[in-house]
Design a protein around this ligand. Structure first.
Ligand code: SF4
Ligand code: SF4
Length: 208
């Protein structure tokens, strides 16, 4: 169990709603949910998940911390915004779903093999280096994230797409040896460091 997870359990004992309110992006909205079910009924994918949004919000209020944070449901949200435009209470449901996923990841509670999470990590590691996505390295990283054999198989399967991207100048083989960067790379990295600092300070504030 991660240190942060242990600290949060201690800090918010028996009050998962308070924990979500304090630590999840837009989490303060969860208490406004009136359980009408419109979001779940509007979500094109919710019926196929373990817990559609309305159910997750009900579970948060019921203190089902483990079940919520280890769920893969919020990782499946495709940001289609159907739920947001229909919620009678105006909850930013999409953002709460992503906020919950991010928080579960920070605590080390997200399902280990969740493919969206693996992609999110690869995307972040890729973009944070130069401030721009290196499409070639990102594609290869994703294709090979489950081993060499699967990587080769996926690369062969996707070669027509790769060729199309190359012709459209979206994939440059030379990017393998470097990649394009933002003009002020050190400035961009300083901004990220500052954001991390603010995030850490926020956690400490809630710990204190
Ligand atoms: S539509 Fe809004 S109020 Fe209704 S269950 Fe979903 S989040 Fe709650
Ligand atoms: S934004 Fe996410 S939770 Fe909302 S309807 Fe679309 S897929 Fe479902």
């Amino acid at each position: 169990m991660s240190n942060l997870n242990t600290e949060m359990i201690e800090k918010y004992r028996n009050n998962f709603l308070k924990e979500v309110t304090a630590n999840v992006e837009e989490g303060e909205w969860v208490k406004m949910c009136m359980q009408c079910g419109v979001c779940s009924g509007s979500c094109p994918f919710g019926p196929h998940w373990d817990h559609p949004p309305q159910e997750l919000f009900m579970m948060i209020r019921a203190g089902k911390r483990e079940e919520v944070l280890t769920s893969s449901s919020m990782w499946m949200c495709t940001s289609c915004y159907n739920c947001i435009v229909r919620c009678p209470r105006g909850l930013p449901i999409t953002h709460i779903m992503h906020g919950l996923a991010h928080y579960a990841d920070r605590l080390g509670m997200a399902p280990k093999e969740q493919p969206t999470m693996k992609f999110a990590h690869k995307f972040w590691d890729n973009i944070v280096k130069n401030g721009r996505v290196n499409e070639l390295k990102l594609s290869l990283g994703v294709y090979f994230m489950n081993g060499i054999a699967e990587g080769i198989k996926t690369s062969l399967k996707m070669q027509a797409v790769g060729l199309g991207m190359y012709k459209a100048k979206r994939l440059n083989p030379m990017e393998f040896f470097g990649g394009h960067t933002v003009k002020d790379k050190s400035g961009m990295q300083a901004i990220i460091e500052k954001a991390k600092e603010i995030e850490e300070a926020k956690i400490k504030k809630f710990e204190g």
